[in-house]
Design a protein around this ligand. Structure first.
Ligand code: GDD
Ligand code: MN
Length: 366
């Protein structure tokens, strides 16, 4: 087996037959010995359709004495990691180290497979990227102006954040590429959401080549891209670049702003200052916890203790911290030569680091 073609699918039933037909024509024409591995998380009839098509193709090819084109189905009952997780599962199941990833909706023309393969077969790169933005490539299939703008903006931002790793990559967000899976560090890689190639490229230096292609219109069905995927993408980008600590800091900062706003609102409603401060502190502690669960430590939750235990630890820590910080500020002001503002600032910064370490090592301990 030369090439494993990994196709993640989520409710793509009407596209399977056409996809397999065009992939078969492309690999036969170029004499590439290949297999197709569908990694399916669908809730519709897609897995049944894949099964039928696989049986039919196997029978037809045996009758014609054509080289086999095994079509395998990996259906995930409990999918993790979305599209990126599906691709990693495909790599693990593939028969060949050379793994080509493409969408199941024919936006990635199968006729380009031989070009990607030929470039890869020269043996001097780890990954060949089919690019919409390299010379000759286009992104016509992006549904509307907004998506074109979002795609271009996100690409520019990403390239700016990884100027060295993405030096030779015009389209780090494409879902159409061919990689030697041995160069993908799956121990480090925690895929989430749509941008699996970006994760692969950002984690370690890779030797890269690009091949231009025309991003086509969807054959049938609907795109699974969404605002939610967009938010995923931004957190992924921040986490990749700066680690979890920056996301933790952003959430902490939002919490501080919310805290002040709540105190302001309550005291204006006539609530006593101390009561207002306590309510604001508790509301922000709970709010921060929920945001951290969702955006910072989401990949550590399943190996950590249960959610109520995590909440109890986080809640206890944050309350203790808030209480302890007051006498420490007082001590610093009375004992040293610092003003109350400076002392407060110093303790807040220190508390931030301690809080981060505590959450990483204790609250979300495996
Ligand atoms: N297994 C699995 N699980 N497959 C999924 C999932 C999932 O959770 N979500 C989406 N897919 C599959 C779809 O069925 C399709 O085959 C492919 O992943 C891409 O999804 P689309 O819904 O067609 O997304 P798109 O066209 O908006 O996004 C494509 O273009 C982007 C660039 O504009 C993808 O190739 C992205 O990776 C790419 O960044
Ligand atoms: Mn698509």
């Amino acid at each position: 087996m030369l090439l494993s073609i990994v196709v993640p699918t989520f409710n793509e039933a009407p596209n399977i037959e056409e996809l397999v037909r065009r992939v078969a024509a492309a690999v036969d024409g170029a004499g590439i010995d290949a297999e197709i591995v569908f990694v399916d998380d669908s809730t519709d009839a897609t897995p049944d359709v894949i099964g039928e098509v696989a049986d039919r193709v196997a029978a037809e090819r045996a009758a014609d004495e054509a080289s086999p084109l095994p079509i395998r189905l990996l259906h995930r009952e409990h999918p993790t990691g979305g599209l990126g997780g599906a691709v990693m599962a495909g790599f693990a199941a593939a028969a060949s180290d050379a793994c080509l990833v493409m969408d199941g909706d024919l936006q990635h023309p199968p006729e380009e497979i031989p070009a990607l393969w030929r470039r890869f077969a020269r043996g001097d790169v780890d990954v060949v990227i089919a690019s919409r933005y390299a010379g000759g490539g286009t992104a016509e299939g992006l549904a509307d102006r907004t998506r074109v703008l979002v795609s271009k903006g996100a690409t520019a931002l990403t390239r700016a954040m990884f100027p060295i790793r993405l030096k030779d990559v015009s389209d780090p967000m494409t879902g159409f590429f061919l990689v030697d899976r041995r160069t993908v560090d799956d121990a480090q890689l925690k895929p989430r959401g749509f941008k699996i190639l970006l994760e692969i490229l950002a984690r370690r230096p890779m030797r890269v080549a690009e091949v231009p292609f025309d991003f086509a219109d969807r054959h049938a069905g609907e795109s699974k891209a969404s605002v939610r995927q967009g938010v995923h993408f931004l957190t992924q980008l921040t986490a990749l670049r700066f680690g979890k600590m920056s996301l933790f800091a952003i959430i902490g900062g939002l919490g501080a702003i919310a805290n002040v706003a709540i105190v302001w609102a309550l005291t204006h409603l006539g609530v006593d200052y101390i009561v207002a401060a306590v309510i604001a502190a508790e509301v922000t502690i709970v709010g921060n916890f929920l945001l951290q669960e969702r955006f910072v430590f989401q990949d550590m939750r399943e190996n950590a203790s249960g959610v109520w235990q995590r909440f109890a630890k986080s809640f206890a820590f944050n309350n203790a911290e808030a209480v302890i910080r007051i006498p420490i500020v007082a001590l610093m002001v009375s004992g040293g030569h610092v003003s109350a503002v400076v002392a407060t600032a110093i303790t807040l910064v220190l508390a931030f680091f301690v809080r981060f370490v505590f959450h990483s090592l204790v609250v979300y301990a495996p």
